[in-house]
Ligand binder design. Sequence first.
Ligand code: NI
Length: 135
Amino acid sequence: MSNLKVHHIGYLVKKMENAIRSFEALGYELTQRTIYDEYRLVNICFLQKDGYRIELVSPVSDTSVVSGLMKKYKNSPYHICYETEHFETDYQELLTNGFLSIDSPTPAPALEGRKVVFLMSPSLGMIELLQKIPG
Ligand code: NI
């Protein structure tokens, strides 16, 4: 799985605008404005600093998949996303390595509609796998 590249760190936030202002105060630059993800009922934006990309995720409904996580974790990082050109084979390999799929691959509107899937590891928590479009 050495072909996996860290793409971003996902960060849960209650109030998107306040979170953006606070990250900007730390020197982050907003690289993608807030986009609504209709599959997950969340708002998403991206910031960057020192080569690190941070994804802010804020639930817009109590039925959002991350609303439960928000109650548990409050404002905090909650997943690392890995990008791969071999989405299906790496997805299957992760499953055989003990990762459990917690949803099925769906397009990510905030990431050009590329496929993403979330997986859970009993030993390290949640990760996200993101399809890389070659070229
Ligand atoms: Ni993410």
